[in-house]
Design a protein around this ligand. Structure first.
Ligand code: IMP
Ligand code: MG
Length: 175
């Protein structure tokens, strides 16, 4: 069973849903009628993106970007871009969506890449942000929940590719 390695539920479905409503409103207010393009970081932001962008009844586009920095439960300190073609974001307002902000490496490198590709502006939104000191990318522009520095899975977040389909965020106890 999927749940046998979850030591506790950290954020349940209902709480996530309510917070996403608030995030959607804040984002819409921020763009104030200007069009923007979501760049969702795969695969972690899959579930978050699907729920968040359906709550934003405005004109927007969506692109997916496959990146990898984690192997198992540790950051490798290196970000790989896995797609053969990067999204076309020239002169666009880019909103990066990721599941979690941990060391900051991912958002730092992806923001840099969006600027290189000519984005007009780059903002970021994460469902979770780990409370810790970060040298790069101290904070996302929009954050769902600040959590402790523990390894979590579910609602898109994985351990070795699994557990993404849990409907809530749980603390992973190890296999
Ligand atoms: P960062 O580059 O260190 O900020 O980490 C961001 C990426 O690491 C996220 O997109 C996740 O894929 C992964 N990650 C970081 N912490 C966790 C965690 O607790 N559970 C699952 N994935 C994590
Ligand atoms: Mg990820």
């Amino acid at each position: 069973m999927l749940e046998k390695n979850i030591s506790r539920v950290l954020i349940d479905e209902e709480v996530i849903k309510n917070r996403i409503d608030v995030l959607a409103d804040k984002i819409i207010e921020h763009y104030n009628g200007e069009e923007f393009t979501i760049v969702a970081l795969m695969k972690g932001a899959l579930v978050f993106t699907a729920d968040l962008f359906r709550r934003m009844p405005v004109e927007l586009e969506i692109e997916l970007l496959n990146v990898r920095s984690y192997q198992g439960a540790v950051s490798t300190g290196n970000l790989e871009f896995l797609d053969s073609q990067l999204p076309q974001v020239k002169n666009k307002n880019v909103l990066l969506l990721d599941d979690i902000l941990d060391t900051g490496l991912t958002l730092h490198k992806v923001s840099e890449k969006m600027h290189e590709l000519g984005a007009k502006s780059v903002q970021s939104c994460v469902l979770l942000s780990k409370a810790k000191q970060r040298e790069q990318y101290k904070k996302a522009d929009f954050e769902g929940f600040v959590i402790g520095d523990e390894f979590v899975v579910g609602y898109g977040l994985d351990y070795q590719g699994k557990y993404r389909n849990l409907p809530y965020i749980g603390v992973f106890s190890g296999e």
